[in-house]
Ligand binder design. Structure first.
Ligand SMILES: Nc1nc2c(ncn2[C@@H]2O[C@H](COP(=O)(O)OP(=O)(O)OP(=O)(O)O)[C@@H](O)[C@H]2O)c(=O)[nH]1
Ligand SMILES: [Mg+2]
Ligand SMILES: [Zn+2]
Length: 248
């Protein structure tokens, strides 16, 4: 039984004297207050991060997706393409391992790794304090663009600002057409959606038109770029999108 266990009695109220496995969230109101406090603190830290990015002339992009949609694979192409013209920093968020940080090494970008299992309770998303903890390892003043690869997760990353100016979402066509309807929060909050693994289209029973209809239902005007980390399709357009969002 978890934190929100309710007694199955005919009074329909919590027995506050019962220690049981309750952990203090006796009423819905208290729970909302706790959540509001967490989000308030996060928003304050996100504002501090954004102020640091602005002071350094850095545009920050929060890159989010389900696990395995292709964030790191696309970032490898991105760094390769931008190398020499845009000074890029990466905050790489993972629960454990430096696998993705290692994959982004060697393209001239400064990479700062956050493992959430290392001091952040193994969280399944990045929040503003975590990103803040990664900033001292980056030469912010020497960067134009900071890309935060969030933890692979289609739900809670979208609930936490990390100080980004823009949000980019990678969606892979292997995930199913209905995902914008079932998991609307991230799709709704995205400033651009990369429709990735487009090279697999001939091999799948995937209805691209149905996906676009569903995406439009939750985020009508979001720009879309069809991409493939296999063939490099769409990477140029994506890099243009990133470059146009850089500060002067
Ligand atoms: N065919 C094809 N495979 C892709 C494409 N993009 C990524 N992949 C493959 O999909 C797998 C996952 O890609 P990653 O780049 O690790 O995905 P990710 O979103 O960074 O994953 P997490 O960081 O674990 O959330 C890898 O095996 C990639 O090679 C694509 O456009 N086409
Ligand atoms: Mg990755
Ligand atoms: Zn989470």
């Amino acid at each position: 039984m978890g934190r929100f266990h309710q007694h199955d009695d005919d009074h329909g109220h919590h027995d506050l004297d019962d220690k049981g496995d309750h952990s203090g969230y006796a009423t819905g109101t208290e729970r909302i207050e706790v959540l509001e406090r967490i989000f308030d603190e996060n928003d304050r830290m996100a504002a501090a991060n954004r102020a640091d990015f602005d002071a350094a002339g850095v545009t920050a992009v929060n890159l989010m997706s389900s696990p395995g949609a292709g964030k790191t694979a696309l970032l490898r192409h991105t760094l390769e393409r931008l190398q020499g013209c845009v000074r890029v920093g990466i905050v790489e968020g993972d629960i454990e391992t430096s696998i993705d940080a290692d994959r982004l090494d060697g393209f001239g970008a400064a990479v700062s790794l956050i493992n959430t299992a290392n001091g952040f309770g193994g969280e399944c998303h990045l929040d503003a304090p975590m990103v803040r903890s990664a900033l001292p390892r980056l030469p912010l003043a020497e960067l134009d663009l900071l890309i935060v690869e969030n933890v692979g997760n289609l739900v809670c990353p979208a609930e936490f600002q990390v100080g980004e100016h823009r949000r980019a979402m990678v969606y892979a066509i292997t995930e199913g057409e209905e995902k914008p309807l079932k998991y609307p929060v991230m799709f709704r909050s995205a400033d651009v959606v990369l429709v990735n693994k487009i090279d697999l289209l001939p091999h799948l029973d995937f209805d691209l038109d149905a996906f676009y209809t569903n995406l439009k239902a939750v985020n009508p005007n979001v720009p879309v770029i069809e991409t493939s980390a296999r063939t490099g399709q769409g990477v140029e357009q994506w890099c243009d999108w990133l470059s146009n969002r850089r500060h002067g």
